[in-house]
Every structure is written in C-alpha cells, then in structure tokens.
Write a protein that binds this ligand. Structure first.
Ligand code: ATP
Length: 417
C-alpha cells in the first residue's frame, strides 16, 4: 500500500556562531504498510513519530528518501533491493510509477482524497470559527471529492457513523466535549473515504474512559472499511490493543519492526527491551527485570555516530560507535574517582582523534582497570589496545542497518548483523 524508503527530515536550525545546523528529526527510515494493516509507531517524545507520519501523507516534504504509494508489494521489495544493490535504473523506473513525492497538481489533489490524518489534540485541530458540518465537509470540498448537497449529506451520515447526533452539525467545536471533538476529527478524516489514515496520538489528550470508546470506534471503521492505519503513540497498551505490526523509533531512527505480539513479547533491540520493560504487566507475578536506561536521548543536532542508541545501550560493544571523547570521559571518571588511590593526582586523560592518551599512568594499571570495569562501562569495550606509552587505541565502528532477524522481523542493531 505505502512504503517509505530511507526517509529523512532535517529541520534547519539557525544558530549564532555556528550558523545553520540541521536537526535530524527522521533519519533513513524504511518501512512498508500493507492494505488494511494497522502499524503502530512507538517511541518516546521527540523520537520523530509525528514527523514521520506527516511525511507519509506529504503534509511535510521529506528532506530525502522516497515514498511509494499504491505500489504492489513485489514492486516495493524490488525497489528496496534496487536501492541496496545500487541499481539506480530499476529504482528510478519504480519511482516514476509510484512516487508520492513526484505527484503534482490535480494528480496530487486526487491522491489527497485517499489519505488523511487525525491529530492528537481535538481542541486545536478543529477550526473554532466553523460549524461542525463545515469542518467535516472541508476535505471533500478542498479536494473536489464531493460538493454542495452531496457533501452535506455525506457529512451528516458521517456524524451518525461516529456516534453523534446529526443535530451536532450546527454546533461549534467549543460546544463539544474532548471525546466528541475527536469523533468529529475522525468523521472529517474519513470524509473522502481514504484508504490510509495516519492517527497521531488519537487518544492521548482524552480522559481514560473516553480513550477506549475512540479506539473501539477506530477498530470498527477499520473492520468495516478495511482502512490502512499508521497509529502513532507513546502508549504501548494502545498499540497492543490496535496494531498488527509495531515499529519502534528512537531519536529519528527505526530501531525495529515486526508483528505486534512478537515485538512486544520478544523484543530484540536493546532499546525496545528497555521500553517494554518499563510497562506494567497484566500478570504481576511474572518475572521481569526493569531495564533503566542511563542518560537522556541525544541531541539531534549532533546525534551519536554509529548506532544512535549506543551511549545508553546496556549491551553496546566495541563497534557500536564510541568516540575518543566518550572513552576519555569514562576513563577520567574512573582515574579521578574510584581508582584515585591507584593513579593519584598527576594523571591527565586526553582524547585524540581515535586514541586516548592517559598521561602519567602506568599502562599495566590501565589494563587492569579496563578488565574489571568493562562489563559495567560499555565504552571501555571500545579500547582495542593499550600501548607501552599509555595510548589507548579505539576500535573502528560500524553503523547498523536494518537487519532481517526473521521473515517478518527486522532489527537495526549490530547484534543481528
Ligand atoms: N518544524 C520543526 N522545526 C524544528 N524542529 C522540529 C520541527 N518539528 C519537529 N521538530 C523536532 O523534531 C524532533 C522530532 O519531533 P516529532 O514531533 O516528530 O517527535 P514525536 O516522536 O512525534 O514526539 P511527540 O510525541 O512529543 O510529538 C523533535 O526534536 C522536535 O523538536
């Protein structure tokens, strides 16, 4: 149905001394959604979920990558293979046929009737100046899908379908409750009979009791109209209730994707493991260790090299992307703290390009510390060698790709290379 390939969105951020920098909100995301499927996109706030959703229906222009719409699955597989093997000619041929990003004018307007979006906040997503009926009719009119009396009749029918009285058509958004407004937003999103709907946190602004009603309404529409949905949420329970497959985002990257039950019960990516371990379980007796991540998500203006998750990853190893600065910081913390008695005052830790110089320290003592602390301080795994003059040589790193872990599961982690 729809496929995103190496999709990117870099927002320019104008700075003082450094000039314009780019915030990598979405970076190289590849995912495909089949007709009638519900794909949940989960991740913490700021992981790029909304940006991805908006790009999928071209509410936001991507910085790079491709979106294929209405392409048969074989064509999407072929496209991906062509990208991977560098076969530009085949990729171009498929792009020309199915690229959403190349559509213009009336062709694009027509496509717009086939996709829509429901936003998180029903308070701000409905224009307060318009009556409910006009709010629902607007997408039909602006895309030319239906006009006049036909559009009006359809809007009234939709009101009923979302469980609101037809008389609500004459009201204004502020006269409705949060749940009622979200029903209107859903009616509006369905007014052009789209095949694809992006739902961006459709229930997070609502009372808990209303959330289930809205989710059930969406489920019902999905069943009756075979609508394809991309459901963006930070709430694992919502995904668990609604989705067929789950995509996990972290700092603008796709960490893993697979069938819902498989991902939620057998997470493969260390980030997904941590994310899921923080969700309370329905069966409290069940043994599960909560994985608490250290640190914060990275600054997207200068994301970590290698795997974006490596600085916080409890399983990171030597090739995950450690820099001399990261290693130096951790060594410094050890020699000035826990091992102060061994090293004393005169040790200086200096990061160089791909080495760390530990001035005034005996290489054998450094080796011993590395041996003992390696398990806890993952950056130390990146030290390949300690030379006679106490130079620590850092391992080369590799950027993870999306590796196929099984037929229906892909993970972006070197553990699955
Ligand atoms: N127009 C913009 N200009 C600059 N940066 C932006 C813009 N829109 C989003 N961002 C940044 O891009 C990153 C991803 O934002 P996005 O809203 O996609 O994340 P999210 O996972 O949907 O989070 P949330 O659930 O909080 O909305 C954030 O760091 C955000 O600040």
């Amino acid at each position: 149905m729809i496929g995103a390939f190496n999709l990117k969105k870099y927002f320019p951020v104008r700075g003082g001394v450094v000039g314009t920098q780019y915030l990598k909100a979405v970076d190289n995301v590849t995912l495909t959604v089949r007709r009638g499927e519900v794909v949940g996109v989960v991740g913490e706030s700021g992981s790029g979920k909304s940006t991805l959703g908006r790009m999928l229906i071209r509410l936001l222009e991507p910085t790079g990558g491709e979106i294929l719409f209405d392409a048969p699955e074989e064509e999407m597989v072929k496209y991906r293979e062509a990208l991977e093997s560098g076969d530009k000619e085949s990729a171009e041929m498929i792009s020309r046929k199915y690229s959403l990003l190349r559509k213009k004018g009336s062709e694009l307007r027509k496509l717009r009737t086939r996709m829509s979006m429901v936003f998180q906040d029903p308070y701000s997503s409905l224009d307060p100046r318009f009556r409910i009926l006009d709010v629902i009719m607007e997408p039909m009119i602006s895309t030319g899908y239906l006009r006049g009396e036909e559009a009006r009749k359809k809007a009234l029918d939709l009101l009923e379908e979302v469980g609101l009285p037809r008389a609500f058509g004459n009201r204004y958004p502020h006269e409705l409750s949060g749940g009622q407004r979200q029903r209107v937003a859903i009616a509006r999103a369905l007014s052009t009979d789209p095949e694809l709907v992006i739902l961006d946190e459709p229930t997070s602004a609502l009372d808990v009791s209303v959330q289930a009603q809205i989710l059930n309404l969406l489920k019902e529409f999905r069943r009756r109209k075979n609508i394809t949905m991309v459901l963006i949420t930070h709430n694992i329970a919502v995904v668990s209730y609604m989705a067929d497959r789950v995509a996990v985002m972290y700092s603008g990257r796709l960490m893993e994707i697979g069938d819902k039950d498989d991902v939620l019960t057998r997470p493969k990516h260390p980030y997904t493991m941590a994310l899921i371990s923080s969700v309370p379980r329905p069966r409290p007796g069940e043994a599960r260790k909560r994985i608490v991540l250290k640190g914060d998500p990275p600054n997207l203006l200068s994301p970590p090299r290698g795997c974006v998750f490596h600085p916080r990853c409890p399983m990171a190893f030597h090739e995950c992307g450690w820099t001399a600065e990261e290693v130096a910081e951790d060594i410094n913390y050890l020699v000035q703290g826990k091992y102060y008695n061994v090293f004393g005052d005169n040790v200086k830790v200096i990061p160089l390009q791909d080495k760390v110089k530990v001035e005034g320290a005996n290489p054998e003592s450094i080796k011993k510390v590395l041996e003992v602390e390696r398990e806890n301080i993952r950056s130390l795994t990146a030290v390949k060698e300690v030379t006679e003059d106490s130079l620590l040589i850092i391992h080369a790193f590799q950027e993870p790709k999306l590796y196929k872990e099984s037929e229906r599961r892909s993970v972006s982690c070197l553990l699955y290379r």
